[in-house]
Design a protein around this ligand. Structure first.
Ligand code: IPE
Ligand code: IPE
Ligand code: MG
Length: 252
């Protein structure tokens, strides 16, 4: 209990001024976590929700402005129907259950991805949560659902092309800021730190444009075991990096 309480404050070995503004997470390893315990995969997803809830609070406690979590990729539809259905129902239930708490904690929720393909009942919960939390001024919490980086880039190209075609945008005016405005993440700064659990060293179609200069941290820990202490380690690693953005670093 004492250790838990201590971790509510920013750990003393972390520098407040070097905290990432935006952390993105690929929450991977739920299935393997469950399998190792001889449980069905869905138990891993269920435990994963609690971990995400605690990470969100931790980010808030430690002064991080934005958290984005990869909850379901465009490729995840290829999983067994029962697992996909379980996940959709889980998202819906969690949103319904947590909305009051999110309001109390001043969280602003956003969703990125192609939401049109989600079940109607889930979309209703999403609309309700996004609408209700729009006025909140605390941490910006973005959930990537039916999200694919390539699809996001393609839909941005389509809407830019349509604007050029109907004459509202000149070809020469297309630049990075116009492009960014047409992405799902419009208005959210790029992630400074990407964390992937379960040891896989890949991006799996997540935030391809936005990740251009993110620092990447991979841990072997499965998502359901990722806790504040592990997040602390990830942040310590992040703070030890030198972000150069293509320039020349500090010469030692
Ligand atoms: C991540 O865990 C959660 C989702 C993709 C929804 P996985 O379900 O991918 O777990 P593993 O990778 O099979 O262990
Ligand atoms: C990435 O995990 C997607 C989410 C965490 C939602 P996957 O388990 O789907 O990725 P791959 O298949 O290992 O690349
Ligand atoms: Mg996986």
């Amino acid at each position: 209990m004492a250790a838990k309480q201590l971790l509510q404050e920013i750990p003393t070995d972390l520098l407040r001024e070097r905290m990432p503004r935006h952390v993105a997470v690929i929450m991977d390893g739920n299935g393997r976590w469950a399998k190792r315990r001889a449980m069905p995969r869905i138990m891993g997803h269920r435990k994963g929700v609690d971990v995400l809830k605690d990470l969100l609070r931790c980010c808030r406690d430690w002064g991080i402005e934005a958290l984005t979590a990869y909850a379901f990729s465009t490729e995840n539809w290829g999983r067994p129907t029962e697992e996909v259905e379980f996940l959709m129902t889980l998202f819906e239930r969690v949103l319904r259950k947590e909305l009051r708490e999110m309001m109390k904690e001043n969280v602003q929720i956003r969703f990125v991805g192609n939401l049109e393909m989600l079940p109607d009942s889930l979309r209703e919960e999403i609309d309700r949560a996004v609408e209700a939390t729009r006025v909140n001024t605390g941490i910006r919490f973005t959930i990537a659902t039916n999200y694919g980086g390539r699809q996001e880039i393609l839909q941005a190209c389509r809407s830019i092309a349509a604007a050029v075609k109907d004459g509202t945008l000149a070809l020469e005016d297309i630049d990075e800021s116009i492009f960014e405005r047409n992405l799902y993440t419009n208005g959210i700064c790029d992630p400074d730190l990407l964390i992937r659990t379960s040891g896989e060293m890949r991006i799996s179609n997540f935030l391809l444009w936005q990740m251009a200069y993110a620092e990447i941290y991979v841990t072997d820990t499965m998502w359901p075991d990722f806790d504040r202490a592990q997040f602390h380690t990830a942040l310590r690693d992040y703070q030890s990096r030198e972000r150069r953005f293509g320039k020349v670093g500090i010469q030692l």
